[in-house]
Write a protein that binds this ligand. Structure first.
Ligand SMILES: CC(C)(COP(=O)(O)OP(=O)(O)OC[C@H]1O[C@@H](n2cnc3c(N)ncnc32)[C@H](O)[C@@H]1OP(=O)(O)O)[C@@H](O)C(=O)NCCC(=O)NCCS
Length: 164
């Protein structure tokens, strides 16, 4: 499994992968290309035999220089339950060693996503604070609230991401 930062060429494959994850809200192909191109330092993909097996798309929120906000993380169903999402999050902090907090918004019914971020906090022996990110009335159609999970402080990681 190769974990690497994205390029603009990954947008189309990411769009295809999100379609098969089942849970994630599918955004436009432009959105995935945009994130892959402009936020490549905080967007990673995992490749197996030239195919995308998983990804994490994230960015630094304005005025939160110590934080990475995870927008979407997904693993192809064939690769789930093997620690790949956890490896992607770890690699994200290896690629951004100055960041010490992770934030993510998660719907309360997404047990796998909650377990991923709570587990990451536990593995790193740090806190996972939970609150509200976006209440349900912020959405135009029926939508669960988006909880905010804030994990940290995290130990600075040695920079390892790239060809592995
Ligand atoms: C969430 C997701 C990325 C996890 O990927 P993964 O590679 O299977 O995760 P990992 O193997 O690293 O497991 C991380 C933790 O989640 C737990 N977990 C994984 N799948 C789970 C499930 N379906 N239900 C409950 N817990 C689950 C694991 O046991 C592990 O917990 P631990 O740290 O306590 O041992 C994957 O299920 C997925 O792509 N889901 C659809 C997209 C999505 O909902 N993304 C999150 C919102 S942005």
């Amino acid at each position: 499994m190769l974990i690497r930062t994205t390029t603009q060429e990954d947008g189309a494959s990411l769009w295809d992968l999100v379609k098969v994850t089942g849970t994630l809200e599918l955004n436009t192909s432009y959105c995935y290309a945009l994130m892959s191109k402009l936020f490549s330092q905080t967007c990673l993909v995992a490749e197996c035999d030239g195919q995308l097996a998983g990804f994490v798309m994230a960015f630094q929120p304005p005025e939160q220089e110590d934080t990475i906000f995870v927008w979407q993380v997904g693993v192809h169903p064939a690769y789930r339950g093997q620690g790949l999402a956890t490896r992607l999050i770890k690699a994200l902090f290896e690629a951004n060693p100055e960041k010490t907090y992770l934030e993510a918004s998660v719907t309360p019914s997404n047990a796998a996503s909650l377990a991923l971020f709570r587990g990451y906090a536990r593995r790193n022996k740090t806190q996972c604070e939970e609150g509200t990110f976006l209440p349900s009335h912020c959405f135009p159609k029926q939508h669960e609230e988006e909880k905010l999970l804030r994990v940290g402080p995290l130990q600075r990681q040695p920079a390892l991401v790239g060809g592995r």
